[in-house]
Ligand binder design. Sequence first.
Ligand SMILES: [Zn+2]
Length: 260
Amino acid sequence: MKKRKLIYVSVLSIFFILSFYIIRNHIEKKRDYTFQFPCGVAPNLLNDIRLDSLGVELVFDAPYKWNKETLRVFFVDIKDENLKEKTLKIANKWSRYSNIKFELSKSIFRSEIRVSFYAKNGYSSAVGNQAKDKSYLRKPTLSLQNLQKQSDAEFKRVVLHEFGHAIGLQHELQSPASTIDWDSIKVYDYYLKVYKWDKAMVNHNILTKINTEDYTDFDSKSIMIYAIPDSLTKNHTAIPWPSDLSNTDKKTIGKFYPTK
Ligand SMILES: [Zn+2]
């Protein structure tokens, strides 16, 4: 009888210990928001989202260019006027060097760009006028998931980057002019480990160069670039996170949306 009781207690203990670890892992996973790549998409969201790298950076895809100067921005899920103002003020840094302007809209029906702070899309954006596509009808076109919780520096970097996409720019690291000498085996290994990306995803988002004729010399300081650890390149090139528009960003956007 005593033996049976002992077995019963042991099984019950194992059950509780296992449950504890499973629940704890689940909570940890939920917290796993390392907003870094691509455009800070959390690894646990990668399967659900449309990655923004589809659309171009100082790679600029002419077909994605807007044929208008003022882009109306509607915030779909925040009421905080200060947060809206902060976002638009940063986004409008692009307008200092081009004829593009981002203007607050109070109606989703009168908007080209629709910003969400809560959609589970990480940091991402439609590229330029892709936002006019039916699939975006009355839906967010630019996602800044929980960005309001980040530091001012990170807030600025991400807003400039995503609004850069919103006016037609793509990732600089995939520029035809990129001089990054990738160590592809290490790249596959790193992104599999850190972001759970398979080879196809790594090829698509990192190693494949964008097919476009509109690009500048490679600009490692562009706001449209990601940080790259030197361990992933054969020539040990490390690229830090950018913090502001680079000189090439300013010149390039002025070329595509010239001020009169
Ligand atoms: Zn991006």
